[in-house]
Ligand binder design. Structure first.
Ligand SMILES: [Zn+2]
Length: 67
């Protein structure tokens, strides 16, 4: 199942989401690794790796979709 990582550098946090979460944008997004944005991964393992490597001090799981 597709998972998403939302990196918010301004908040110094990264959040893991499941596909179809209400917070996942439906249209195209501009994502820049250094500024943040939404990043899609083909499975949860890959997404968790990305979450750990995001470099943010807070690494969270979405309270809405509970990935
Ligand atoms: Zn979510």
């Amino acid at each position: 199942m597709v998972h998403w990582v939302h990196i918010a550098r301004a908040l110094d946090q990264a959040v893991l989401h499941r596909d179809r979460c209400l917070q996942v944008p439906s249209g195209p997004t501009s994502s820049d690794f250094w500024e943040g944005g939404w990043f899609q991964y083909p499975d949860k393992e890959t997404a968790l790796d990305a979450l750990e490597q995001a470099g943010t001090s807070k690494q969270l799981k979405c309270p809405l979709c509970k990935p």
